[in-house]
Write a protein that binds this ligand. Structure first.
Ligand SMILES: Cc1cc2nc3c(=O)[nH]c(=O)nc-3n(C[C@H](O)[C@H](O)[C@H](O)COP(=O)(O)O)c2cc1C
Length: 356
């Protein structure tokens, strides 16, 4: 009997646990429709960024000041009040509205920022444009070294409760892994109002251009190996976490997605794999997952969820530090010789120490 692949995420009933996460393919109606046709269970639109909102607001502000100073009509209310003015990135809300109307799968909006303030009111506009849920991406690089960790954490919590007070749709919070106690922080975010967590943001690290001597960001798509960080924390959190858990980063294959479910994820999300292989890769991943669960006679994904988590795994130390020594020891001499030791006769002259 085929495994029942349905799942629930943020209270939304989904046909299976593979969601297209925020990225270029979810930023256009035509590719959103393709993702739906390929079988995506839900889609997350790219983020509306705090900087985008503030920038727009600033431009209008400057425009108003300029107008007030240089046009006589301005003083008598020729220009609209800022509140009435459409300062927001209208295109975003417009896309969201069109997507929500055109797609029958849930369309999740996304806000991306770090500070409390006026920009968060866009959460309400995202809800009003038809989003089934809101993902709040807090992509914070704590570069201010005068700020202690507790202050950074408070900033997260304040932002989450602020946004939660603005919307009535479910709220997920997408975070990075860099907390001194990620599990504790995860619970505090839920206490502050998150209905679900998206683990983890993939931080893009800077690079130095040796020609220009500039610090340049460059985006390299993920690989499967990167999924292990989220796998660990989802596995550790599952049994104590009532809120939804979504896995993001490094999910490329059916096997990657199955592992996340076994660790305890409610859904898995993909961006890089879809950019590499196209929207229809979703259908392949879902088929691979379905086959895996069906062959092992799982009745449902719900039954499988968390069955290899921290509290249920045969050897939970795999999720802990105790696994560190074991992991180091698991690197075998055979593997070493395969990678860099060659035959003594080899012209590179590298001696094969395993044979001496
Ligand atoms: C080109 C690109 C654009 C992205 N844009 C957003 C975005 O607007 N908001 C967001 O929360 N995540 C964004 N992401 C992050 C993805 O949603 C995802 O979390 C990340 O790429 C890790 O997943 P992956 O390994 O499946 O790519 C973007 C990723 C890529 C590659």
């Amino acid at each position: 009997m085929k495994t029942d692949m349905t799942t629930t995420y943020l209270g939304l009933a989904l046909s299976h646990p593979v969601v297209a996460s925020a990225g270029p393919l979810t930023g256009r109606l035509d590719t959103l429709l393709e993702l739906e046709a390929a079988g995506a269970a839900a889609v997350v639109l790219p983020s509306l960024f705090e900087e985008q909102i503030e920038h727009e607001a600033l431009n209008v502000d400057l425009g108003l000041e300029y107008g007030a100073g240089y046009q006589p009509e301005a003083a008598s209310g020729y220009f609209p009040e800022l509140d009435d003015y459409k300062t927001g990135p209208d295109e975003y809300l417009n896309l969201l509205e069109r997507a929500s109307n055109a797609l029958s799968i849930p369309v999740i909006g996304s806000l991306n920022g770090v500070s409390s303030g006026g920009w968060t009111s866009y959460a309400r506009q995202i809800q009003d444009a038809g989003a089934a849920a809101l993902e709040l991406n807090i992509y914070l690089v704590a570069s201010d070294i005068t700020l202690p960790g507790t202050a950074v954490e408070d900033q997260y919590l304040h932002l989450v409760s602020e946004v939660k007070n603005i919307v009535t749709i479910p709220l997920s919070v997408k975070i990075g892994p860099y907390f001194s106690s990620p599990g504790h922080m995860a619970h505090r975010l839920v206490d502050a109002g998150a209905d679900g967590l998206v683990l983890f943001n993939r931080f893009y690290q800077p690079d130095i251009d040796l020609e220009d001597l500039t610090v340049s960001p460059n985006l390299i798509l993920s690989t499967s190996i990167e999924s292990r960080l989220a796998l660990r924390w989802i596995g550790i959190l599952r049994s104590t976490m009532k809120a939804s858990l979504a896995a993001t980063t490094g999910i490329h294959t059916g096997d990657d997605a199955v592992k996340m479910i076994l660790a305890g994820a409610d859904v898995t999300m993909m961006t890089s794999a879809l950019l590499k292989h196209g929207p229809y890769h979703i259908a392949e991943v879902v088929a691979e997952m379905t086959q895996w669960f069906t062959e092992r006679q799982y009745n449902s994904v719900k039954q499988a969820r968390g069955s290899v988590s921290y509290t249920t795994a045969a050897d939970p130390t795999g999720y802990e530090r105790a696994n560190y020594m074991k992991t180091l020891k698991s690197y075998s001499p055979n593997a070493i010789s395969r990678f860099w030791l060659t035959d003594p006769a080899d012209e590179t002259g590298i001696v094969n120490r395993t044979s001496s």
